[in-house]
Design a protein around this ligand. Structure first.
Ligand SMILES: Cc1cc2nc3c(=O)[nH]c(=O)nc-3n(C[C@H](O)[C@H](O)[C@H](O)COP(=O)(O)OP(=O)(O)OC[C@H]3O[C@@H](n4cnc5c(N)ncnc54)[C@H](O)[C@@H]3O)c2cc1C
Length: 457
């Protein structure tokens, strides 16, 4: 979804005389629903077309199933080959294999290139040639590989415009989606990256866990949709470290480490494709999760009575994004306080997140639920009130998203149940009227979790 540093486009432009940039969109009517992600995607399509027009060409859009549309378009344009970025989830991999077979039948080639990750799964293996299952050794190996991460590709340059064939339209024919094309957190990827490098990266190690601070890059949606390449983010951070020296080193190392979590989850998704359907760890596949739609609805709506959980869910619902620390807290709360399956949570995040990434979302949920790749984590049960006090000590994050708690002083904001009836009246936050009472008792829920995980069957 970008022209700059686009591996597939660069190869195509180098190897062919004419290139037709094609995007296939689903016909699904939900495509037009006004959600933060749709706004972002729609805006990205417009931006992509603008970037292509700057280079003399246009984006050609088709609607339907890529399995049909890509071979049909290749035929209609008389293309010799199709270039695309490789994807790594099994249904996608199989779909691309079918597209390849269809193209081959008419003598055309499909070139899938590495673009979504810096190193593919098969490039980072153990000494025995196996995939990694634990992050730290994976990261060590990734960093120790002698081959450097590729530098961003040069600009594709000017391209000749090709007239759209029947079945292809240009962006102006997409019509008005009926909603604004901007959303909370809207910022062009290059601009956001530059601002993060200039103002925040140096403090990343200190501020990345504080949800009220603008301490992280907020680049995840660009990396997920492909409006920005991981190569560029990696190299700009490394170059900054080289120019600014030792003082920023811990911060840059920590930031790179987070980029490597993304790489790690792609590694897992490629090597263990079953994770999209079941727990990574076999022993936890039989956990008897509660099928409580009521508890699930309260969690989704940010009405659990636990302020940091509610603030996170409301941020997700409003903005399509949530701070990483809070993602961990809400995911822990759903699985270990409400005992609802991580797969329900994963599905809800898939619907809502502007930065939806199958690999990181699945990996994040399984990691928190303790069913995933981490060594021995199931007994890590976040206490939501303690998490709030530690990472949002003034309550600024909670107040931003839960206005009912706006007047509650910092010392009680993460434990509103400590307020006396008089306090509740004074701060206009009567529990059960203005703000919900606790949906569950954390201490009791925690005991049940221990039993569920200790004897999952
Ligand atoms: C339950 C759960 C679900 C998640 N779902 C997604 C998802 O669908 N898409 C997604 O991109 N991230 C997901 N994450 C990871 C993480 O929360 C986000 O990547 C991060 O909050 C994005 O903010 P940022 O760009 O400011 O991150 P920064 O802290 O600035 O990190 C830079 C980049 O590194 C990557 N990254 C950072 N932390 C992680 C991580 N823990 N795992 C994988 N990659 C990471 C992201 O690409 C991010 O943009 C999930 C985490 C959890 C706990």
């Amino acid at each position: 979804m970008r022209v700059e540093d686009n591996a597939a486009l660069w190869h195509a432009v180098r190897e062919a005389q004419e290139v037709v940039p094609i995007l296939v969109l689903s016909k699904n009517p939900s495509y037009n629903a006004d959600t933060p992600r749709r706004r972002f995607v729609r805006r990205a399509i417009t931006e992509l077309d603008a970037q292509l027009r700057d280079r003399g060409t246009r984006l050609h859009i088709r609607f339907g199933d890529p399995e049909r549309e890509i071979p049909a378009a290749a035929e209609a344009y008389g293309a010799g080959a199709v270039y695309a970025a490789r994807i790594y989830d099994e249904p996608g991999v199989q779909r691309d294999a079918r597209i390849q077979r269809a193209l081959q039948q008419t003598g055309k080639e499909l070139h899938l290139v590495k673009d979504r990750v810096m190193r593919e799964s098969h490039e980072v293996l153990t000494a025995q040639g196996d995939p990694y299952k634990v992050f730290t050794p994976f990261k060590r190996r990734w960093l120790a590989l002698s081959e450097e991460v590729a530098r961003p590709f040069p600009d594709a340059g000017t391209m000749t415009a090709v007239t759209p064939v029947a079945g292809s339209v240009t962006v102006d024919k997409l019509g008005n989606p009926g909603y604004a094309l901007h959303w909370v957190g809207d910022e062009a990827p290059g601009k956001r990256l530059a601002r993060f490098l200039r103002t925040s990266l140096a403090f990343y190690d200190i501020r990345r866990d504080l949800p009220a601070a603008d301490g992280t890059s907020k680049l995840s949606h660009h990396l997920a949709l492909g409006t920005l390449s991981p190569r560029r983010v990696y190299w700009e951070a490394m170059d900054l470290q080289r120019s600014r020296g030792r003082s920023v080193r811990p911060a840059v190392e920590m930031f790179i480490s987070e980029l490597l979590w993304r790489e790690f989850y792609y590694h897992i998704l490629t090597a263990f494709p079953f994770v999209l359907k079941s727990s990574f760890r076999e022993e936890f596949r039989a956990i008897p999760w509660r099928r409580s739609t009521l508890a699930f609805e309260r969690w989704k709506d940010g009405m659990t009575g636990y302020p940091i959980v509610d603030a996170g869910m409301r941020q997700l619902n409003e903005e399509g994004w949530m701070h990483n620390r809070v993602r961990m807290v809400v995911a822990s709360f759903l699985t270990k306080d409400l005992h609802v399956s991580w797969q329900w949570g994963e599905r809800y995040f898939m619907d809502r997140l502007i930065d939806l990434d199958l690999a990181s979302n699945n990996g994040g949920w399984q990691w928190v639920a303790g069913t995933g790749t981490d060594a021995a984590p199931w007994f890590r049960i976040f206490n939501p009130a303690m998490q709030g006090k530690k990472f949002d000590p003034e309550g600024a994050y909670v107040r931003r998203y839960v206005p009912e708690l706006a007047r509650v002083p910092a010392r009680m904001i993460h434990e509103p149940w400590l307020m006396s009836q008089q306090d509740q009246e004074a701060f206009r936050c009567v529990l059960g009227r203005h703000y919900p009472k606790k949906l569950v008792e954390h201490a009791e829920a925690r005991e049940l979790t221990r039993k569920m995980y200790a004897r999952p069957a």
